[in-house]
Design a protein around this ligand. Structure first.
Ligand SMILES: Cc1ncc(COP(=O)(O)O)c(C=O)c1O
Length: 457
């Protein structure tokens, strides 16, 4: 069919050639009318979940109308074209300096940072800086550089497993347990050695939302250094928490106030309150980012340093971040994160009150919490059944096993983000209560064949 021959007046999908199934794996030979193509895209995505009801994701699903205008005016900008968009480049610079200050860099003018596509890239850059620094020190001392390792909790997000896999670093996982719910320095001396390039501490563990006690980990590493002479740096994976702790727990020392923290990463598209995909990584001092990892791109006739895994990527999100920093300011961020935390604590209390569940944590770190079925509560159903029942009303509340050494424990988690109002949360809680009552009333077990977690961290 040729678009030019069509009658624009004919009803959509009754036009010649439109009563057909679109080819899904081959680019169609002919063009189609824009409204038809648009309608097909919209129809085919109609069964996607409603992002506002997606309580599995940490990623922002709501921004205000002014932000949408900033976005619309800039979604054609390529972040790497620093020469063509020098103001966008300058704004990127402003943003990571703001973060360096927010995270208590001793002198933000001596820090270095960059935007990334998200926390995964930011973490990889942090890991690469560790690896290169370690290699340089080992070579200078005439020592072997073939066996670098990175120490972290078994509950790290998959980006750290990817980092180790892609960049030939041995991952050393410290298992979590009911006694040690996060990496907390316990037993750390058994995992680190002269080949350890660094330790990852997570602010806002993906599985549960808990903070790892970075100061405690730093103190343990201080003791290891005093005893064995190993000077091991920390990267804080603050994908969520680095944009929550400064506002809700300002006294907590987890950031550049701790000298051992060389670098911090975060996802702007999580509690930075920006649409996907944007992340940030900042080094407390430029000396911790080895110069030979940095490339130069042209900028206003000169050269600008860049350190990134990608080349082209959207610049609009950087402008959105700047908009949010200006729009909300410190107090606005505090208010938004506090509102989310109030909702999380309210939901956690309500879920604990049902009687069937035990809270793993209560949302008082980042506004995220997890729970599990009380031992011996029922033989008839499990949290995957509850997940499915909630899905019938559109709520995505994932159930999944915990990581090593707790993989026999299934938990369910809620991530409260800006936009999950008390009003919406009341509906969710009522639904959890109703579905739990339904499952508790069953007289025989639900089938469990083929059940498996569909959710990945
Ligand atoms: C602790 C942690 N690190 C890294 C990531 C990866 O973040 P991104 O999706 O921004 O790449 C996540 C995502 O949930 C996370 O929770």
């Amino acid at each position: 069919m040729s678009a030019q021959n069509d009658s624009e007046d004919a009803p959509q999908f009754a036009r010649p050639g439109e009563a057909t199934v679109s080819a899904h794996h081959v680019i169609p030979q002919e063009e189609s009318l824009p409204d038809t193509a648009k309608q097909i895209v919209e129809d085919e995505t109609m069964l996607d979940g409603n992002s506002r009801l997606n309580l599995a994701t940490f990623v922002g699903t709501w921004m205000d109308d002014d932000a949408k205008q900033v976005y619309e005016a800039s979604f054609d900008k390529n972040m790497i074209d620093k020469d063509e968009y020098p103001q966008t480049a300058a704004i990127e610079d402003n943003c990571w300096h703001m973060l360096a200050n927010l995270w208590h860099a001793p002198d933000a003018s001596q820090s270095i940072g960059t935007s990334t596509i998200g926390s995964s890239e930011a973490c990889m850059l942090g890991g690469l800086a560790f690896k290169r620094r370690w290699q340089q020190a080992r070579r200078a001392a005439g020592k072997d550089t073939s066996k670098p390792n990175l120490v972290m909790s078994s509950a790290v997000q998959v980006c750290w497993e990817k980092f180790c896999n892609y960049f030939d670093v041995e991952p050393r996982f410290v298992p979590i347990s009911r006694e040690h719910k996060t990496l907390d320095g316990h037993d750390l001396e058994k995992y680190v050695d002269e080949n350890t390039i660094g330790v990852v501490a997570i602010m806002g563990v993906t599985y549960t939302g808990m903070y790892e006690p970075v100061a405690e980990i730093a103190r343990t590493l201080d003791a290891i250094q005093a005893e064995k002479g190993l000077d091991i740096p920390i990267h804080v994976d603050g994908a969520s928490g680095a944009m929550v702790a400064p506002f809700l727990q300002p006294e907590l020392e987890w950031d550049f106030r701790l000298e051992r923290v060389h670098s911090i990463s975060t996802s702007a598209h999580k509690y930075g309150l920006v649409y996907p995909g944007l992340g940030w990584v900042v080094w407390r001092h430029a000396q911790w980012l080895p110069e030979d990892l940095v490339f130069q791109v042209s900028y206003l006739g000169g050269q600008m340093p860049t350190f990134a895994l990608n080349f082209s990527r959207p610049g609009a999100q950087v402008l959105l971040q700047y908009y949010m920093f200006l729009r909300l300011g410190f107090e606005g961020y505090r208010a938004v994160q506090k509102a989310s935390q109030d909702v999380a604590k309210h939901l956690a209390e309500g879920i604990a009150g049902i009687g069937a569940f035990q809270l793993w944590n209560d949302g008082s770190d980042i506004p995220v919490f997890a729970w599990y079925l009380k031992d011996g509560h029922t033989e008839n159903w499990n949290l995957y059944h509850l997940q499915d029942r909630l899905r019938m009303n559109g709520w995505l509340v994932p159930a999944y096993p915990m990581p090593d050494d707790l993989s026999d424990l299934t938990v369910q988690r809620i991530v409260v983000r800006n936009g999950l109002s008390m009003d919406l949360a009341a509906g969710l809680l009522a639904d959890i209560q109703a579905q739990t009552a339904y499952l508790d009333a069953l007289e025989s077990p639900m089938p469990v064949e083929g059940q498996h977690p569909g959710f990945h961290h």
